[in-house]
Design a binder for this molecule. Structure first.
Ligand code: HEM
Length: 147
């Protein structure tokens, strides 16, 4: 009974994280052109503050639940990832997730050190957007693709 609970937590955390990244790229980038720069700055500061307080918890649940599921069910598959399509795709998914974590830590560092620029932010958003597409394809592909 514990596994479905952890999976549900993982799914909720994933949809908050993926939803936020998609909102930033698909909505915010286009709203930028319609609003005066000063208003946009305030909007981005507000969203940034909220994201910096909420996202560490979302990532904690996401990664904690992910590790929990691996521990409960998928350790054998990960012990020799190249021997099954599932193990390979799960290992790839975890590698992409680690890169997501590095992006997040990098962004936190840039914000905290006052070095975050619109150019860096744009790059991080675009890169995370691509990571999210790959991670969802891997997350579902590992159950449906076999070779
Ligand atoms: C940015 C980070 C991550 C995102 C966005 C993400 C997203 C997802 C999504 C959307 C699913 C499909 C769930 C479903 O359809 O029921 C999934 C499944 C899964 N994820 Fe993650 N995940 C992330 C990180 C991780 C990490 C770090 C691990 C392990 C260390 C992990 C392990 C798993 C496992 C084992 C499943 C399969 C669960 C099952 O159906 O039995 N995930 N993930």
């Amino acid at each position: 009974m514990i596994y479905p609970l952890i999976l549900t937590l993982h799914l909720f955390a994933a949809l908050i994280f993926i939803g936020t990244v998609f909102f930033e790229v698909l909505f915010l980038e286009s709203i930028r052109k319609q609003l005066p720069a000063r208003v946009m700055l305030l909007v981005e500061q507000g969203i940034g503050r909220r994201a910096r307080s909420l996202m560490p918890w979302v990532l904690l649940v996401l990664f904690g639940a992910g590790l929990g599921m691996v521990w409960l069910r998928y350790l054998p598959a990960l012990a020799s990832p190249l021997t099954s399509s599932f193990g390979t795709l799960l290992a790839l998914k975890i590698a992409v997730a680690m890169s997501v974590l590095l992006h997040f830590l990098g962004a936190m560092f840039l914000f905290k050190s006052g070095r975050m620029s619109p150019r860096y932010l744009h790059f991080i958003h675009a890169s995370l957007f691509c990571h999210m597409i790959v991670i969802v394809l891997l997350a579902k592909g590992m159950f449906y693709l076999t070779w």
